[in-house]
Design a protein around this ligand. Sequence first.
Ligand code: MN
Length: 513
Amino acid sequence: MGGMDKAKLIDCAAPQYDEVLILELLHAIEFAEDAHTGQKRKSGEPYIIHPLAVAGILCEWGMDIDTVIAGVLHDTVEDTPVTLEQIETYFGHDVAFLVDGVTKVSQARAGMRSLDTYLPGTKDNLSKLMISVGKDVRVIIIKLADRLHNMRTLEHMPRDKQKKIARETMEVFAPLADRLNMGRVRVQLEELSFRYLAPKDFNRTKTLMDSRIKKSQRKLGKVRKEVADHLTKEKIEFEMDGRVKSVYSLYKKLDRYQGDIDRIHDLIALRIIVEDVSTCYLVLSELHTMYTPLYDRIKDYIAKPKSNGYQSLHTTVEAADGQVVEFQIRTHEMHDYAERGFAASFHYNESKLTDAYRKGAIATLPADLSWIFELQEAAAKASEGKSFDADKFRMKLFSDRIFVYSPKGDIWDLPRGAFPLDYAYRVHSDLASQASGFKVNGVMKPFSYHLEHGDTVEILTAKGAHPKPEWKEFIATSHAREKLRQQLARDGGVLGHITKAATQMIGKRLRKR
Ligand code: MN
């Protein structure tokens, strides 16, 4: 059994990394096999299959070789007599740094005792803790691969443990994958958790979905062919595939639609992948020429990416025979990022990786991911004087940040100079729109107060309170400014800017032709 995982790992690694690096990987495999000798998993299989499978997953995600090697070694320090010093001697600083991060994250989690004590209200804190303790986002990516394999082999655990692990996966790890825009991983984790948390619901929903898909397959095939023929005739280069909704997301959606599957139009979406952004809008306009668009369903996540960086155009159209189809249009780059997310920014070629950091490529990441780097910095400061030279992988750090607390103890990071309204918009924009005042550390403060590191901020609201244009003066973050702008525009009854942006782009493109 272990042999199979080993062969799979080597098969994945061989075409990706240089020969010297492969030798290093083989060395790590031997070292881990040795260390885990005699240990067994709950299934009765040799323990080594687990770290090998985890490393295999990391390799599939296209991670750099240090991360893959750290995957092979990730349980050695915690579960065997192997020391961190040995790992550093044999495999270098970077690998040792990652293994140390994984070990510390496990220990920090173990210290949090039962799920019920730490889950409510502190889920987000747990992911932040993991980042800060792990110090490097690659540690979290290793933890995600670790959790994915544990979920895949969960059947060997006793029933109560299954539920507990599945719940933690659903509430902590899946959202963490989502925050890193690792969409495919999030879906896999949710799907596996759902199966264990609510097996009856899972089976019922899956049966419903399968019969439904079977029914619409023919009509959908027809639409797909029509679109392919049309785009080819228009000389647009594209790839098209169908994406089936996950059982869990269908379940959640059915819940919102009183169980009426007829109202769910994105059971299968057709995905069109093209070369560049302007072709995305061109394809959108072609689709709207062919079919009747349901206008209120256009979503322009290219002009306005989701907070985790996801980009695509979504539109839902009605074909001639009444078949409603959702289309997702994106570039190859957007597709890669939607599937692999943060992992897509790591390449096996180490020099390229460090170069990218040096050139500040990280600055092009979505703003909402900046919390990762801030926490890394905080962690680096906290552990000053450690022997590890983290500079090599130190990402762009932000020194002008403060951390403030909600009354419940949740941590929020903001730029220095931020106002209470910036905090309010970060917590929830609806809440912010009803703000009537702020208590900082229990004392009333004006809207013009500058938040300080360590402040506890309470938002006071009043029924019927509205956002005001003057608030712009008491806002320092672009996030809050954008939310306020939207709220003021909505109050003024202006057309949604998303549809407007799309229309403009289409117009531009059409004029060019
Ligand atoms: Mn493990």
